[in-house]
Design a protein around this ligand. Structure first.
Ligand SMILES: [Zn+2]
Length: 167
C-alpha cells in the first residue's frame, strides 16, 4: 500500500515537472504563457498519455488547487487563453465562461485577433435563435449570462458588424 502510494507520488511529480517545463513562468502579476501545443480553439493542450490530451489551463488549476468539481470550468480572469498562472485562473460555471468571452469580444472590438472563433459562433447563434423567433433578447441574455444591452447590440448588429446578420 505504502509502496503504491510512493509510485503514485513519483508519477504525479513527473507529470508536474513535465507540465511546468512547458510554461513560461514569470512574476506573479504577469501571464505565464503555454509554450507547447494548442487545440483547435486556441487553448493549450497537454499530453496525458495514451494519445489523450487535456486542456493545459485545467491541468495548471488541478496541479495547484486540486480537482475541478464536475460541471465547472476554469476561467482566465484576464482573457488570455494560454495563461497558466494559477493566480489568473478561477473556477466558474459554463455561463460565466460564455460571458467572459462575449465581454472580451466586446472589448476587443476592432482587434480582429483578440477575438475567438467561439465568440463569433455564439453571436451568430444568438442572432439566428432570435430571428427564428425562438428566443427573446432577454432569454438569450440570460442563456449566455450576459448583460441585456450586450445581447441586444450583438443581435441587432450594432456590435460585431462584420458577422452575418441572420436572415
Ligand atoms: Zn494571466
Amino acid at each position: 500500500m505504502i509502496r503504491q502510494n510512493r509510485d503514485e507520488i513519483s508519477i504525479n511529480t513527473d507529470v508536474e515537472k513535465r507540465f511546468w517545463e512547458k510554461v513560461d513562468i514569470r512574476s506573479n502579476e504577469e501571464c505565464w504563457n503555454w509554450t507547447a501545443g494548442k487545440q483547435s480553439k486556441g487553448y493549450g493542450s497537454f499530453g496525458i498519455g495514451n494519445g489523450k490530451t487535456a486542456l493545459a489551463h485545467r491541468v495548471a488549476y488541478e496541479l495547484t488547487y486540486g480537482e475541478i468539481p464536475e460541471g465547472l470550468c476554469v476561467r482566465h480572469i484576464n482573457h488570455n487563453k494560454l495563461c497558466m498562472n494559477p493566480s489568473h485562473l478561477r473556477l466558474g460555471t459554463i455561463a460565466d465562461n460564455n460571458r467572459d468571452m462575449v465581454e472580451a469580444g466586446r472589448q476587443a472590438k476592432g482587434m480582429k485577433n483578440g477575438r475567438s472563433k467561439l465568440i463569433d459562433e455564439y453571436i451568430v447563434l444568438m442572432r439566428s435563435d432570435f430571428q427564428a423567433k425562438e428566443k427573446t433578447i432577454k432569454e438569450l441574455a440570460e442563456e449566455y449570462d450576459i448583460h441585456y444591452n450586450t445581447a441586444r447590440n450583438a443581435i441587432q448588429g450594432k456590435t460585431w458588424k462584420d458577422l452575418p446578420l441572420a436572415e
